[in-house]
Design a protein around this ligand. Structure first.
Ligand code: SIN
Length: 423
């Protein structure tokens, strides 16, 4: 085993939406190393189906803030919520500029869907694979950036901490230990679904950023705030990662029913309420640990066009969405808590930042409103990149390099002195 050292301006751990979007919004003259534990696409952002929420117009600012806070059971950080909502539109625009092919209406305007807890249709989407399409657009842009080095199969195992400063990270890469020295380090390692037997997350997401924070006394917040997704396909003996049936299926008319076919809960309530009602219903029939998501009253062509991914995944498991009721039960989906950060992603350790599901901005309270996760990823990643740009600009760009200073002196000092310069 050898110890390899690399240096950069910014080290980012995690290739989900928060990690990649922050990299793309950092100054192009900064050297960035972006690492991921597995492959580039093994991130929860890639799996997001329903969409990315956005404020519709100025009249929607208050209702959207209220929906987010109500879903979060009034435990949200109000300042973070306001930022999320008010900065949503600009970031959707940035995503469009990065060629995310959001679904549109015939007149060219964005087509919005609805999910539980939202008082209106305000969720932008790309069919039923919004996360995949957003990430593919960001990865494409990443390929054009020569200042960003991507290293796959490179697992962050610790940060380098000295005199109350974070100076980079230590990674395990192939058989080597890779020390990456960085002026700023961003933890965007995703959630912790891999710690649960039943989850919608990638199994490789095991809360690495949070473990590293714990080890280094970096503050953590609300780690007990975990979210079940109510509608995950039930499959006998299936453990680990299960198939998510997007909440937007309910937004477009899907209904949750018990084994007798009765509608026992309002399908468009926030996730914690719907999950709780399903678990209560399931407890009445221990031999049949599921209820149903009913889409049979919806048009086949509409379902196939609007939800092509889910339609084909269900079909491959023997279910036809427009004729079969789909067995569902809740599974772990999201961690609202994480590494405590301020509104620019700064942790309590200087030069260490955290973003996305790894971080806790307090924006979700104890129950995240649907489709607020991709949005949180982009809004706070953009702010964090801006903050780092400002900080590093004052260190690296304002000053001439050593070589530039020598050239400057060479032209000004007399020739005897010029000979002594260390060129
Ligand atoms: C879904 O489509 O139901 C998941 C999206 C989210 O977690 O907000």
């Amino acid at each position: 085993m050898t110890n390899v050292i690399k240096t950069c301006d910014v080290l980012i751990a995690g290739t989900g939406v928060a990690g990649v979007y922050s990299a793309l919004n950092l100054n192009k003259n900064l050297k960035i190393i972006l690492i991921t534990k597995e492959n580039l696409r093994d991130c929860n952002s890639y799996l997001a189906q329903g969409g990315i929420s956005t404020v519709l117009n100025d009249d929607d600012i208050i209702p959207y803030i209220e929906d987010t806070i109500k879903a979060g059971n009034y435990k949200n950080n109000k300042k973070s919520v306001e930022i999320l909502v008010k900065e949503s539109k600009d970031n959707i625009k940035r995503l469009i500029d990065l060629h995310v092919p959001f679904d549109k209406n015939e007149d060219g305007s964005l087509s919005y869907t609805r999910e539980g807890g939202h008082s209106t249709f305000r969720i932008a989407h790309v069919k039923d694979e919004t996360g995949k399409y957003i990430m593919e657009s960001l990865y494409k842009e990443l390929e054009t950036r020569t200042n960003i080095e991507v290293i796959e199969k490179c697992r962050l195992i610790d940060i380098i901490k000295k005199d109350k400063l974070c100076l980079g990270g230590i990674c395990s890469f192939k058989d080597d230990t890779l020390e990456i020295h960085a002026k700023s380090t961003i933890l965007a390692t995703g959630g912790l679904g891999g710690l649960f037997t039943s989850t919608t997350n990638f199994p490789s997401l095991t809360g690495d950023g949070i473990s590293i924070a714990l080890k280094n006394n970096v503050a953590i917040q609300d780690i007990n705030y975990l979210q079940l997704h109510p509608t995950v396909l039930y499959e006998k003996n299936s453990n680990g990662k299960r198939l998510l049936l997007s909440e937007s299926l309910r937004g477009e008319g899907g209904i949750i029913r018990n084994l007798k076919g009765e509608e026992f809960v309002d399908s468009l309530k926030p996730r914690d309420i719907v999950s709780k009602a399903i678990l209560k219903e399931i407890s009445k029939t221990p031999d049949t640990p599921y209820v149903y998501l009913d889409l049979t009253h919806l048009d086949k062509n509409f379902l196939m066009k609007r939800f092509p991914f889910i339609y084909s995944e269900c079909l491959s498991r023997g279910y036809i969405m427009d004729t079969d009721m789909l067995p569902i039960s809740p599974a772990h989906h999201y961690a609202m808590g994480g590494i405590k950060v301020n509104i620019n992603g700064e942790t309590n350790l200087t030069n260490l930042y955290a973003l996305g599901e790894t971080a806790c901005t307090g924006v979700h309270g104890n129950n995240r409103l649907a489709s607020n996760s991709l949005l949180e990823g982009v809004v706070f990643a953009y702010r964090c990149a801006k903050k780092i740009n400002e900080e590093l600009y004052s260190h690296t760009v304002n000053y001439p390099t050593k070589e530039e200073l020598i050239d400057f002196l060479k032209e000004r000092v007399d020739e005897n002195y010029a000979k002594l310069l260390n060129c």
